[in-house]
Design a protein around this ligand. Structure first.
Ligand code: CP3
Length: 357
């Protein structure tokens, strides 16, 4: 296994990208300024996004390399963020292996036939690079356009994917998911293990095509206690991280409401732990322990406050981060759809200026 903090450049990654502030912060090396990017930066808050997406369903747009490239580049051009995130969705690999699902506007992923019985597992076959040839093509186009700006690949973590598959769509309480987890632990473990293999294969495709870092989104895992996380989720997430460890690209791990899970989420194999806005970064660092960078954690709703208030809350985040080994500035969750894009552009500039060394 390769230590991302070791000063060895993965073959194929251009030196300028390797030396970017974002990748340095992930490796806990000194940075010229604190790097910034935003979860969900590519998307609905941008008028240029709404324009290119007009009349194109979400999943179709994820399969068109020209659109993926354009949408991924839009926030980099507009906000001067330090990293791009590949435009896709966590359910894309499931769609690619033939799961009947759609992304409904204003709702999220909806699965036609939920997975709840052992025989349903047969619908989750392995993912091959040919299933997602458009991803390889789009990343090839993107790395050419991005120059020194790193591209973050991503996938949904096994628990969060399972929650959509078992519930059949978005869920507040995850009751069917938990019923399966507690009621049939063997089937649950097999389901998460299947999803770990699919997720690992999908991340490998992105890294081999040129992604410089990967983020595993376990958005809804904050619904679990630490004991349940350790027993029922961590083995599958660890399997994903282990599968891509050899590439030497930073692995980011993020979930919402995961204050009590931060230590375990780091232990699962992350190099960078994402933190939502509920836990200050200095306290998060104590929970995560040494040897990992942190990412976060301005409350996305703060961007609706006046400029001075945004700056004040940003200062609190930066102050809490001042003693960290490595800090990537981000929001505590994705950009909210009605956010003023100019507030994001100002925030990037503000963080860069305040942290210039
Ligand atoms: O971060 C980025 O800018 C890259 C693109 C990205 C999308 N989805 C595009 C998208 C990423 C990283 C995701 C990840 C994702 N998808 C997660 C994990 C991140 C998180 O927010 O916790 C989750 C849970 C999903 C599932 C999903 N897909 C949801 C909850 C929704 C929103 C439903 C809605 O419309 O309110 C989607 C749809 C989706 N994914 C959109 C975008 C831009 C909106 C679709 C549209 O514009 O029509």
């Amino acid at each position: 296994m390769r230590d991302v903090s070791a000063n060895t450049r993965p073959s194929g990654s251009p030196t300028q990208t390797y030396d970017s502030a974002f990748l340095k912060a992930c490796r806990r090396e000194p940075v010229p300024h604190t790097p910034v990017w935003f979860m969900r930066q590519a998307g609905r808050s941008l008028p240029e996004y709404l324009k290119v997406r007009e009349g194109v369903p979400m999943l179709e747009s994820c399969m068109r390399p020209d659109l993926v490239t354009e949408i991924t580049l839009q926030p980099v051009r507009r906000h001067k963020v330090d990293a791009a995130i590949y435009f896709s969705d966590i359910v894309v690999p499931l769609k690619a292996i033939g799961v009947d699902l759609d992304i409904k506007p204003g709702v999220g992923p909806v699965v036609a036939e939920p997975i709840r019985r052992r025989e349903d597992l047969a619908r989750l076959r392995d993912l091959t690079p040919d299933d997602v040839a458009y991803v390889t093509e789009a990343i090839g186009m993107l790395t050419g356009e991005l120059g020194a700006t790193p591209l973050i690949g991503f996938a949904g973590a096994p628990f969060t994917l399972a929650s959509y598959l078992v519930e059949g769509g978005p869920s507040r309480n995850h009751e069917n998911t938990k019923a399966l987890m507690y009621g049939d632990p063997e089937l649950w473990a097999d389901l998460l293990d299947r999803l770990a293999d699919i997720t690992a294969a999908f991340l490998k495709v992105q890294i081999e095509a040129g992604a410089s870092a990967v983020q595993l989104f376990d958005s809804w895992v904050g619904a679990l206690s630490p004991a349940d996380y350790r027993r029922s989720v961590m083995p599958a997430s660890t399997k994903v991280f282990d599968a891509v460890a050899g590439y030497g690209v930073p692995r980011i791990h993020f979930g919402v409401g995961t204050g009590e899970l931060l230590g375990l989420m780091g232990e699962a194999g992350a190099d960078v732990v994402g933190v939502d806005w509920r836990v200050p970064l200095d306290e998060a660092a104590r929970r995560v322990g040494p040897g990992k960078a942190l990412q976060g954690n301005l409350d996305p709703a703060v961007l609706f406050a006046p400029r001075e208030a945004v700056e004040e809350q940003t200062r609190r985040v930066l102050d809490a981060a001042s003693g960290l080994e490595g800090h990537v500035f981000n929001l505590g969750h994705g950009v909210l759809p009605t956010t003023d894009p100019d507030a994001l552009t100002r925030l990037v500039e503000h963080v860069h200026t305040r942290t210039a060394r």
